[in-house]
Design a protein around this ligand. Structure first.
Ligand code: CP
Ligand code: NVA
Length: 335
C-alpha cells in the first residue's frame, strides 16, 4: 500500500481495504496519544478551511479540534459568510482556496459538488457529508465496533434500520463490504438502497468473505446482529413534506427493546447523531405534537441503554478526522 499523502477523501469506494485499515490504525493511535496527553502537532504551519453548506455539530467541531491538536490554523465558513455558489463558482472557489490552504473540508448537497471542488483544488479535499455519502463518519463507526469486538471484525454483522438509502446507510454498506463485515439494509421497499450500489458492494463483500442483505423483514434482518445502527428518517436537504410518509413507512423499523432482543446478547447500538429519541428538540417536539410520536428512529430506552455506544462513536469522529487529515497531508509513521 502506498502513502495516502495528497489524496482526496470523497467516498470510501475510492479506497482499498488496506487503506481503510491504515486509517483505522492511525485513528486508534491518535486517540491513545490524545488520551495520554502526548502532544502531536505534526502539521504545524499548515492551514485548513471548512466549508459548510449544511449545519453541523460533530463534523465541524471534529475538524476544528483535530486541526488545532495537529498544530494547524483553521478557518470556518458557514453558508452565509462566503461567496461560494451565490457569487463564485465551485471551480473558482477551489482555485482561490488552494492558494491559501493545505486542505479543504466540504459539507453540502450533491456529491458532484465535492467531486468538482476536488477536481479544481490543488490540495486534499475531505467530504464532510453530501446527500450521497458520509465517509468520515465510517472510520469513527468502525473504530467504535473495534473497541467493542476487537480489531478483526470479519464475520460480524451490522444492521442498518430505517432510511436504508441515505448517505450514512450507503457509506456503511461500502465500509462493511471492504472490511468483510456482513451488512444488512433493513427498511421498506421505497427506502432500500439503489440496485447498482447493492451489486457493487455484494461483489466487494464476496472478495472479503462477507455478505450484503437487503430486507424489509425486521425479525430476519436483526437476528443475531452484532451492531444495530439507525439514523434520522429525514435527512438534511429533504423537504419537510416527506415527514408524514416517512413516519408511516419507517415506524415499523424503529430501534426499540424488541429489536435489540433479536440481536446478539452483546450487540451494540450505534447512531451517527443527532437523534430524535425524545421531545427535547424543536423538531422532535413538533413531530410529537403533529403525529403523536414522542420518539422516532430509536426509543429513548435503547438510546440511553448500556448497549448504546453513541457517545464513544461521537468522540471517535474527532480521532478519525484527525487520522484522515494526517494521512492525506503527511502520512509518516507515528512511531
Ligand atoms: N454525525 C454528524 O455528522 O453530525 P453533525 O451533523 O453534527 O456533524
Ligand atoms: N442522514 C443524516 C446524517 C446526519 C449526520 C443527514 O444527512 O441529515
Amino acid at each position: 500500500m502506498g502513502s495516502l499523502k495528497g489524496r482526496d477523501f470523497l467516498k470510501l469506494l475510492d479506497f482499498s481495504s488496506d487503506e481503510i485499515r491504515h486509517l483505522l490504525d492511525l485513528s486508534h493511535q491518535l486517540k491513545a496519544m490524545k488520551h495520554n496527553g502526548v502532544p502531536h502537532k505534526f502539521l504545524e504551519g499548515k492551514n485548513i478551511v471548512l466549508l459548510f453548506e449544511k449545519t453541523s455539530t460533530r463534523t465541524r467541531c471534529s475538524f476544528e479540534v483535530a486541526g488545532y491538536d495537529l498544530g494547524m490554523g483553521v478557518t470556518f465558513l458557514d453558508p452565509g459568510s462566503s461567496q461560494v455558489s451565490k457569487k463564485e463558482s465551485i471551480a473558482d472557489t477551489a482555485r482561490v482556496l488552494s492558494r491559501f490552504y493545505d486542505g479543504i473540508e466540504y459539507r453540502g448537497f450533491g456529491q458532484d459538488i465535492v467531486e468538482e471542488l476536488a477536481h479544481y483544488a490543488d490540495c486534499p479535499v475531505w467530504n464532510g457529508l453530501t446527500n450521497e455519502w458520509h465517509p468520515t463518519q465510517m472510520i469513527a463507526d468502525i473504530m467504535t465496533m473495534q473497541e467493542a469486538f476487537g480489531q478483526d471484525l470479519s464475520g460480524r454483522t451490522l444492521v442498518f434500520m430505517g432510511d436504508a438509502r441515505n448517505n450514512v446507510a450507503n457509506s456503511l454498506m461500502v465500509v462493511c463490504a471492504k472490511l468483510g463485515v456482513n451488512f444488512v439494509a433493513c427498511g421498506p421497499a421505497e427506502n432500500q438502497p439503489e440496485g447498482w450500489l447493492v451489486e457493487t458492494c455484494t461483489a466487494i463483500a464476496e472478495q472479503n468473505g462477507s455478505t450484503v442483505l437487503v430486507t424489509d423483514d425486521v425479525e430476519k434482518g436483526c437476528a443475531g446482529a452484532d451492531a444495530i445502527y439507525t439514523d434520522v428518517w429525514v435527512s438534511m436537504g429533504e423537504p419537510d413534506e416527506v415527514w408524514e410518509q416517512r413516519i408511516k413507512s419507517l415506524s415499523p423499523y424503529q430501534v426499540n427493546t424488541h429489536v435489540m432482543q433479536l440481536a446478539s446478547p452483546d450487540a451494540i447500538f450505534l447512531h451517527c447523531l443527532p437523534s430524535f429519541h425524545d421531545t427535547k428538540t424543536t423538531i422532535g417536539a413538533k413531530i410529537a405534537e403533529r403525529f403523536g410520536l414522542p420518539e422516532m428512529e430509536v426509543t429513548d430506552e435503547v438510546f440511553e441503554s448500556a448497549q448504546s455506544r453513541v457517545f464513544d462513536e461521537a468522540e471517535n469522529r474527532m480521532h478519525a478526522i484527525k487520522a484522515i487529515m494526517y494521512a492525506t497531508l503527511l502520512d509518516e509513521p507515528l512511531n
